[in-house]
Ligand binder design. Structure first.
Ligand SMILES: Nc1ncnc2c1ncn2[C@@H]1O[C@H](COP(=O)(O)OP(=O)(O)OP(=O)(O)O)[C@@H](O)[C@H]1O
Ligand SMILES: [Mg+2]
Length: 266
């Protein structure tokens, strides 16, 4: 491995008020001492999609999961995560409330073994919403927003597990957005999907940009260039380069970024 530590960092910064969320010197330690993320400071611009790319093990998921405190049980996370002028990486923060506002969609679709409708209602009820008419309306609204309504409107009472993988993933998005989050974190959301389902999911995400800020891990460079405005390149736990997606893909500054992108496109 060449001496990547001497590579210049090209980190694009936004003004604080342009960001939906930003980190300051975020470091993650597994098992108390094994550091896997190093002082990552990245801001995510409101109403954009930012792609996180980099080799397997470079810390993309570690970073993403820290943003809504999903790493609490398994790691020590140092540094700040600023969301609405508040450092949400503090003990006193109610992580359940936080995760409603910063929703997450995982690599493998994980609907509850319940009906399509109940997948969405379950979270809403847990959140104190019991009015039947409001629930019905939110089910339709979320499924429409996730571009799934037309495919499932006649079978809302059927099991979510009978849906295709791509439909299940859009249901998981519908379930997250029913809670009216501001940010959606997506960890390789299309990696288990075929090209047709992937295209649908990408269309859905593009539409959601109007309302939400999204941060998405992907190994698919074409996907990153199709739907993200900004891209951060992770390498051995560092955010090595961060710029507009077009700059990252056409004019990367660091040689490691360039090699990774060429390899991944080749
Ligand atoms: N729960 C955990 N306990 C201990 N080490 C972990 C844990 N989760 C991740 N790691 C380690 O942290 C490093 C970064 O892993 P991470 O999952 O963030 O990488 P990634 O960039 O998301 O990789 P991939 O593209 O394969 O998903 C790896 O060395 C991994 O083994
Ligand atoms: Mg990962």
């Amino acid at each position: 491995m060449e001496n990547w530590q001497n590579q210049p960092n090209y980190i694009k910064t936004f003004d604080e008020d342009e960001c939906a969320i930003y980190t300051q010197d975020l470091s993650v330690f597994y098992g108390g001492t094994i550091q896997k993320l190093f002082d990552v400071s990245l801001g995510f611009k409101k109403n954009t999609i930012t792609a996180l790319i980099g080799a397997s093990g470079s810390g993309k998921s570690t970073f993403l999961r820290s943003l809504n405190r999903m790493n609490d049980q398994v790691a020590r996370v140092d540094g700040s995560i600023i969301f609405h002028d508040l450092d949400v990486n503090q003990k006193k923060i109610n992580v359940y409330e936080l995760r409603k506002t910063i929703g997450m969609v995982f690599q493998k679709p994980n609907p509850f073994p319940k009906s399509i409708k109940d997948n969405i209602i379950y979270a809403l009820k847990a959140n104190g919403q019991h009015d039947k008419a409001t629930l019905e309306q939110l089910v339709e609204e979320s499924l429409r927003a996730a571009a799934l309504w037309d495919e499932v409107k006649d079978k809302l009472d059927q099991s979510a597990l009978a849906l295709s993988g791509g439909q299940q993933q859009r249901l998981c998005i519908a379930r997250a957005i029913a809670l009216k989050p501001e940010i959606l974190l997506l960890d390789e959301p299309a990696s288990a999907l075929d090209p047709v389902s992937t295209a649908k999911l990408e269309d859905t995400l593009k539409q959601l940009r109007e309302k939400y800020t999204m941060v998405m891990v992907t190994h698919n460079m074409q996907q990153a260039s199709r739907i993200s405005e900004y891209t951060a390149f992770f390498h051995l736990g560092h955010a090595l380069e961060y710029d507009t997606t077009s700059n990252i893909f056409t004019n990367p500054q660091g040689s490691i970024t360039e090699k990774y992108i060429q390899g991944s496109f080749g």
